[in-house]
Ligand binder design. Structure first.
Ligand code: ATP
Length: 329
């Protein structure tokens, strides 16, 4: 066992449902091992401003079911500079924090690596709705975000059907298309645009909309990823080419909030506990991951270089488009 007496925990980057379950697990696993846990507010910004708050098991009761993060989060541009990274490491040392759990996305991992290189004992936990961390097949918040988006698209589909419209629905994901791909399959959408595939054939989509409309289909749903954007322009072009009323809906931040799914609660809890166990064992410079059906950990530097890409087989699934049988009504 390493001689860790105080662990800090912070959430960084975009908030993700399930982060609270991870914080709770860090606090309670630490407390069970007799370790003091300090919450650091507003990610790396709070580390620079010494926004430290003592966490005890009571403080994290009844937070598992809450979306967002009780520690707040931030994007901190100052932290890109070596001077501020050193200040953060000094703040940790001065406050007696000898282990740090960073819950966030790939950017937060890069920030965590800077601290690790300055000698801080850091463990990263993957927290991002975007799913874009190469070292893991699970990231906190993706499952909830996808379920929220799928349910919103179901609702839009109802009104789209009633008005016999075409709907372009833009979902989040920054510069990756995982949420879009999952919504495409789960909602039986007619088309998908993601930043990873720039060879999108707009004319083929228009032809298929017209063909399905001729067969009697009442609505058409196209999923567009945030990284492609310009949904309103696409809607105008499709309406002009097909003559079918076409509306764009940008789902936006609704996808970040809300009660985490059971999967996000369970995986985030497991990963938070795993991170503390790593620190207690004297491990540092690690990230927690879920890979090949198991919870495991990787070297932080190695994890940052690991790549992930869209599952080609899922992207190429054919014949599943369109949830409504043409000509049903
Ligand atoms: P999300 O996937 O939700 O966007 P993220 O962790 O990838 O989460 P970013 O905004 O990319 O979000 O990064 C969060 C913070 O991590 C940044 O605001 C910055 O403080 C820090 N960070 C990002 N990249 C670096 C880097 N190269 N060096 C040091 N710190 C970094």
């Amino acid at each position: 066992m390493a001689d860790i007496k105080t662990i800090g925990v912070l959430t960084s980057g975009g908030d993700a449902p399930g982060m609270n379950a991870a914080i709770r697990a860090v606090v309670r696993t630490g407390a069970a091992a007799g370790v003091r846990v300090i919450g650091i507010k507003r990610g790396f910004t709070g580390l620079l401003d010494k926004e430290f708050v003592d966490m005890d098991p009571e403080r994290v009761s009844e937070i598992m079911e809450l979306g967002g993060t009780i520690l707040y989060t931030a994007r901190c541009s100052k932290f890109l500079e070596a001077e501020y990274q050193q200040m953060a490491a000094d703040n940790l040392a001065q406050s007696g924090i000898d282990g740090l759990v960073v819950i966030g996305g790939d950017g937060s991992y890069r920030g965590a690596k800077c601290l690790a290189d300055l000698g801080v004992h850091v463990v990263g936990v993957p927290g991002t709705i975007d799913f874009d961390i190469g070292s893991t097949d699970y990231t906190i918040g993706f499952d909830t975000a996808v379920n929220t988006a799928v349910s919103a698209i179901d609702k839009i589909t109802d009104t789209s059907t009633s008005h016999e419209r075409c709907s372009i629905i833009e979902v989040m994901g920054r510069n990756v298309g995982y949420i879009a791909l999952w919504c495409h399959i789960a909602n039986g959408a007619d088309g998908i645009l993601i930043p990873e595939k720039d060879e999108f054939d707009e004319q083929a989509l228009i032809d298929s909309i017209l063909n399905n409309r001729r067969k009697g289909r009442k609505h058409h749903i196209i999923i567009n990823a945030e990284g492609v954007g310009r949904s309103n322009r696409l809607a105008k072009r499709i309406e002009a080419a097909t003559g079918i009323e076409t509306r764009a809906t940008i789902l936006g931040y609704i996808q970040r909030g809300g009660t985490p799914t059971a999967k996000d609660r369970v995986y985030a809890s497991t990963m938070g506990a795993y991170a503390v166990d790593l620190l207690l064992r004297g491990e540092e410079h690690r990230v927690v991951a879920y890979k090949d059906g198991k919870f495991m950990d990787f070297d932080l530097g190695e994890a940052i270089t690991m790549k992930k890409s869209i599952e080609e087989y899922q992207f190429l699934l054919r014949g599943l488009e369109g949830r409504e049988s043409a000509g049903r009504a």
